[in-house]
Design a protein around this ligand. Structure first.
Ligand SMILES: Cc1cc2nc3c(=O)[nH]c(=O)nc-3n(C[C@H](O)[C@H](O)[C@H](O)COP(=O)(O)OP(=O)(O)OC[C@H]3O[C@@H](n4cnc5c(N)ncnc54)[C@H](O)[C@@H]3O)c2cc1C
Length: 333
């Protein structure tokens, strides 16, 4: 397929970020993708510093977010188009329990850096309360994937091709997302299907990403929004469903409002091995893996790609918790 010592298999966020790291260092590679499916093409690209029901900072966010933003700025320059759109996040509480949990964390030293207005509660009609967060935004994953593909194609560094999982050979860096996880290549997985809508609506708040009631609403500008998402662990395919649409409509109505026009309905599979904490490392036969970005590919892919590059090229191993070998052997959780 190629004469390069390295073949990066899969051009989602993982493979594309890795290709940029190789390219920046002048390391020869070829990037391949089978050109159908993939989670990065449907993702909203949201980065939210304090996430989930428990209102907790993402693991190591104070290291990974600045790295991601620096990476995005460099790629924006190379591609000549904006990809990162910073926006404050309005985290809305639906119940007293959730609100009290949020309030209880506002003085924590790993939470305060992300609070706008010193964490002062904001009153929003129809909600118990809200807190504004800073540092969040939207990374335009589809423009990143498409623009990077054209860029590397022009340089002869990209090929449309499917790599057989059992093909003999060394030097493959597997960035194949949920496809490989669902084949059990890395042991048990927790992949989750998600459905997402693109909507057009007039008069909705375009100044904040809104998160609450188990979903999110991300403004794209010009009255367009991404809204999602569902989590489904049993039916792992990329087909949008009527039930998924109905659930996302509920989220849209709660976070945005009643009237909207549906522009697109898509589904993807989040590659999950260990929550949304990715893993990297060597495989048998001189091959490597980079997988498990979960729901947080936009935040982690750039920093993890850099660590993997340093490991592969400089022999500098990353933090033990990122090493797939330790995870597989049960020594890193
Ligand atoms: C509905 C939804 C919404 C999401 N929203 C967000 C969000 O707001 N923010 C966020 O950070 N994350 C979000 N995510 C998660 C995000 O999509 C993932 O973290 C990330 O995209 C995973 O990237 P990846 O490169 O590992 O996998 P993928 O994007 O799936 O890429 C893998 C690629 O490898 C290719 N491939 C597989 N096997 C082969 C082979 N044998 N040969 C060649 N090519 C192959 C696939 O076709 C694919 O293109 C969302 C996910 C979903 C489903």
């Amino acid at each position: 397929m190629s004469e390069s010592p390295w073949t990066i298999v899969g051009q989602g966020l993982a493979g594309t970020c890795l290709a940029w790291e190789f390219w920046k260092r002048g390391e020869p590679f070829v990037l391949i993708d089978r050109e159908h499916g993939g989670s990065s093409r449907v993702a909203a690209g949201l980065i939210n510093p304090i996430t989930g029901k428990n209102f907790e900072p993402s693991v190591n966010i104070s290291a990974f977010l600045p790295e991601a933003l620096e990476f995005y700025a460099t790629v924006e320059q190379s591609l000549g188009k904006p990809l990162w759109h910073p926006l404050p996040v309005l985290r809305l509480a639906d119940t007293e329990k959730e609100w009290n949990r949020m309030l209880s964390k506002l003085t924590r030293s790993d939470v305060t850096p992300w609070l706008a207005h010193d964490g002062a509660p904001i009153a929003v009609d129809g909600w118990i309360g809200a807190i504004e967060l800073r540092g969040g935004g939207r990374f335009d994953t589809r423009s990143f994937i498409d623009g990077s593909r054209e860029f590397f194609q022009r340089l002869g560094l990209y090929q449309a091709a499917e790599m057989r999982m059992d093909a003999p050979g060394a030097g493959r860096i597997w960035c194949e997302g949920a496809v490989g996880l669902m084949l059990g290549r890395y042991g048990p997985h927790r992949c989750a299907k998600g459905e997402i809508l693109t909507l057009k609506a007039a008069g909705w708040d375009e100044t904040h990403i809104r998160i609450g009631a188990g979903g999110w609403l991300v403004p794209l500008g010009g009255g367009l929004f991404k809204v999602g998402s569902t989590y489904e662990w049993n039916q792992l395919d990329e087909t949008p469903t009527a039930a998924g649409r109905a659930r996302v409509h509920e989220i849209a109505a709660r976070l945005g409002g009643g009237h909207f026009e549906e522009i697109a309905h898509e589904a993807g599979i989040r590659p999950i091995l260990r929550r949304s904490e990715p893993l990297i490392g060597p495989l048998a036969g001189g091959n490597w893996m980079f997988n498990g970005l979960g729901s947080k590919g936009s935040l982690y892919a750039p920093g993890i790609a850099r660590r993997l590059t340093e490991w592969l090229i400089d022999g500098q191993a990353p933090e033990p918790a990122l090493d797939f070998g330790n995870f597989r052997d049960g020594s890193a959780m």
